[in-house]
Design a protein around this ligand. Structure first.
Ligand SMILES: Nc1ncnc2c1ncn2[C@@H]1O[C@H](COP(=O)(O)OP(=O)(O)OP(=O)(O)O)[C@@H](O)[C@H]1O
Length: 276
């Protein structure tokens, strides 16, 4: 298959020999006898943007649910900085810095954009949204919230009611509320899903900025996004890891082409990539 021209995603894109920040060993999930995730061994290097791709039903979302303990694993281990987190609770995992982006439904529609970020900012402190806090503490939270909105290009929308935002901006807000938790490893579930080309480009840039100094694991169907952003890619098919590597090696893999809608990988990614 013709490989699209590869732009090195980031300076850290080369092979790394350091211990992974996040690792799975033999990770498996059975649903009433059906094995949705089957002996998955992932190694996510610190500082990388790592993509999990694969056809529909490959097990990507289930892997995310296992990593964040939304679901218990049937077999296998999950290690964060070399220590098992397999049996930890979701909130304990989040406290370690392994944070999944909030789904859009988790953004409070009737609140302003700024208020949503303020709520998120108070979560790591284990407090709720107290309006009666000392003014100095609220001022510093406000300042931080505005910085985060600036970072995702929503500064001008700070006082708008969230429900009225266009879709792409809601996703940007979701990113800001995730960043508010100061994640070490950020798990992004299809960050460009349902977006037009303009919003996609914007979100790619946002992720690039947000990923500085962090590790990102993302499920993403848009192969142009993957090729532009990701240092390493794991391809899942029928619950198993089929291939792993950078975009060039993965997209040249015959098994990947066959399992992962070969024509889509070769034609669509090439076409989209040429637009970059
Ligand atoms: N709670 C569940 N109970 C039973 N089967 C499930 C459950 N969750 C997922 N599955 C099955 O596990 C398989 C993997 O699903 P999963 O949603 O993880 O795939 P995916 O790669 O994220 O797919 P998509 O790209 O379509 O979102 C599918 O066959 C799905 O039907």
């Amino acid at each position: 298959m013709p490989s699209p021209p590869i732009q090195g995603p980031r300076a850290s894109g080369g092979a790394s020999t350091t211990a992974p920040i996040l690792e799975t060993r033999g990770l498996s999930k059975d649903f009433r006898g059906f094995t949705a995730v089957d002996d998955v061994n992932l190694q996510i290097q610190e500082g990388h943007i790592h993509a999990l791709i694969g056809p529909n039903g490959a097990g990507k979302t289930t892997v995310f649910n296992l990593l964040t303990r939304f679901l218990p694993a049937t077999r296998g281990e999950i290690l964060y900085r070399g220590k098992s987190i397999t049996r930890m609770r979701s909130h304990e995992i989040a406290r370690l810095g392994l944070v999944r982006s909030f789904q859009i439904s988790a953004v409070f529609g009737q609140m302003t954009v700024l208020e949503n970020v303020l709520v998120a900012l108070q979560r790591p402190l284990g407090t709720s949204f107290h309006f009666w806090k000392p003014k100095s503490s609220l001022d510093s939270l406000n300042e931080r919230a505005l910085q985060l909105l600036e970072q995702v290009g929503l500064r001008e929308d700070a006082h708008r009611v969230t429900a009225g935002l266009p879709y792409g901006r809601k996703r940007a807000l979701e990113l800001a509320t995730t960043l508010a938790l100061e994640p070490t490893v950020m798990l992004l579930d299809e960050p460009t899903q349902g977006m037009g080309a303009e919003d996609v480009d914007r979100v790619v840039e946002l992720i690039r900025v947000a990923a500085q100094g962090r590790t990102v694991l993302m499920v993403e169907h848009n192969l142009s996004v993957v090729s532009r952003l990701c240092d390493r890619i794991s391809v899942l098919a029928r619950g198993r890891v089929l291939a792993e590597g950078d975009y060039a090696s993965v997209s040249a893999n015959a098994e990947v082409r066959e399992a992962y809608l070969g024509s889509e990988v070769s034609e669509s990614a090439t076409a989209q990539h040429e637009e970059v």
